[in-house]
Design a protein around this ligand. Sequence first.
Ligand SMILES: Nc1ncnc2c1ncn2[C@@H]1O[C@H](COP(=O)(O)OP(=O)(O)OP(=O)(O)O)[C@@H](O)[C@H]1O
Length: 331
Amino acid sequence: MSGAIQVRGLSRTFHTTVRRPGFAGALRSLVAPERVAKHAVSDITFDVDSGELLALLGPNGAGKSTTIKMLTGILTPSSGEARVAGVVPYQDRERNARNIGAVFGQRTQLWWDLPVRESFTILRDIYEVPKAEHSARLAEFDDLLALSSFWDTRVRHLSLGQRVRCDLAAALLHDPPVVFLDEPTIGMDVVVKEQVREFLRYQVEQRGRTVLLTTHDMTEVERLAERVVLVNHGRLVLDGTLDEIRRKFGSTWQVRATLTDPHTEVVALPGIAVVRREGARVVFGPDGSAAPTVHQALKSVIERYEVTDIALDEADLEDVMRAAYIQAEAV
Ligand SMILES: Nc1ncnc2c1ncn2[C@@H]1O[C@H](COP(=O)(O)OP(=O)(O)OP(=O)(O)O)[C@@H](O)[C@H]1O
């Protein structure tokens, strides 16, 4: 196996009892409970390379959180195997905890009644971070996340955006090579979201951390991830770069060009059809074959024709992912 995160045939089934409706049903359930199996994650395999940010996407209930819980050692898989920085997380939780940072957007790992500063001191002692390193790291986090204005505020009094910024800093205080983020920016305003994204980009590009992120925010995916893994009903349905996914599911782009010479002969280019022509104005689109990305198409048109104006319409990532989900439903 290679990669900072290695997932092989990972599965997790939950067994729950269901209550039958009505009084008689409730009585029957008490005597003879009906057990149902929920396959939350089924036979998932993927790798995340060192220094890569991967977005794990999928509709509600697809199995993203369950996957992250297995990789952070909170849950044990029913079958399959995972390694995070060389450690099997659910077998060696303590070693795994030293190698990873985790933020679950809805929950906090900070001490509710303590000021932020004290929470950070406790974490410093737990992870045995030398004092000088701790101070240097806090200064870096403060620079990127502007934490110092609420250092002395009790965690319970922080706003959501402030609290998640503190959680991010707390998760990275012991310098873990691998970071798991489950919907880190949920409910944040756009300014704070951008601040968090900037912070994550810095952690990946400058600090070489490996990040596995789940989100329903497609702007976040576009800004941060090069590669995405899409799960649906617990199964992996797609693993590819954003460009590959756009090519597969988002073939609705158009390039609109105005030619310098309206008499230029216009022909189709590889993968690109002429959708419409009105004098100098030409609209190009994908020809249905292995179509290029909108950016490749733009380059081909500019290289081939002399134009006075060029514009592009691209299916946004929400549309692309919707098409991917719909196709996945049909499988
Ligand atoms: N402890 C549990 N017991 C029983 N079923 C569970 C348990 N945890 C999760 N599930 C079920 O497993 C499936 C996957 O849930 P999971 O939380 O992993 O989805 P998700 O992709 O993270 O969804 P969301 O985007 O809504 O957070 C769901 O059908 C959920 O109801």
